[in-house]
Design a protein around this ligand. Structure first.
Ligand code: DC
Length: 226
């Protein structure tokens, strides 16, 4: 199977909808590669901060994005590990501040264009699970199965809160709720690649569902479609 015709499942949706955990589990179950596209935007913002590039400077950030040395891996416990220019930034990119920075740089067209080809290079046999906001609409419109995962904002804030606490990172629930509302607004209203379900996506509301139940539903859809 060539790089370009390996099957793809896209999982898009707003912050805290459970996409990250669900995508990882689906990729693991199928034995497929995983693209965490949000991590790429977080890495560009972090690299921009480190290099002193203004987070509104699309051209400057795009130039940085093109040359970034990024490595995805797993630590011995199976958790994600991400290196930027040889430095372990796994925790640094997961803070709320890094998420807000990522949402800011993600509105810039030059940054999105600079990351397009890098994202498409993740396609590999036997298949790819791609997690993000515009995976089904822009990056992989040819995907065989597109999921748009949603959940009520209150539940999403609570999930994020638990996730951050588990990682030992600081978190405040009222602050997270505000951040989620603000990020939803920015992600959905931006001119380039706004957050929206592809016309051919299956919209899955995970409110009140366990992660296992969401994964099982997607696996069933995958079995029917692939
Ligand atoms: O999924 P995440 O929280 O790691 O994403 C961080 C930010 O990056 C999010 O606010 C929007 C942006 N993003 C995007 O614009 N397009 C993607 N495909 C993935 C993330």
């Amino acid at each position: 199977m060539t790089r370009t015709n390996a099957p793809i499942i896209t999982i898009d949706g707003p912050s805290g909808s459970g996409k990250g955990t669900v995508s990882r589990a689906v990729a693991h179950t199928l034995g497929w590669a995983l693209l965490d596209s949000g991590a790429l935007y977080r890495l560009v913002a972090l690299a921009g901060r480190k290099a002193g590039v203004d987070l509104g400077d699309g051209q400057g950030l795009a130039a940085l994005a093109t040359g970034l040395d990024i490595r995805f891996g797993a630590n011995p416990a199976g958790g994600e590990q991400i290196w930027l220019d040889g430095q372990d930034v796994s925790n640094a990119i997961r803070t709320e501040e890094a998420g807000n920075d990522a949402s800011r740089v993600a509105v810039l067209l030059p940054v999105r264009e600079a990351l397009l080809e890098r994202q498409r290079r993740f396609v590999a046999a036997p298949g790819l699970v791609a997690d993000g906001r515009d995976m089904g609409t822009v990056v992989f419109p040819q995907a065989q199965l597109k999921i748009f995962l949603i959940a009520e904002p209150g539940e999403r804030a609570l999930r994020r809160y638990k996730q951050l606490k588990e990682k030992g990172l600081p978190a405040s629930l009222p602050r997270l709720s505000e951040d989620i509302a603000e990020r939803d607004r920015r992600d959905a209203s931006r001119a380039v690649s706004p957050l929206r379900a592809s016309a051919d996506a299956v919209v899955l509301d995970s409110t009140g569902m366990t992660i296992d139940a969401v994964v099982a539903r997607i696996m069933q859809l995958a079995k029917d479609r692939l």
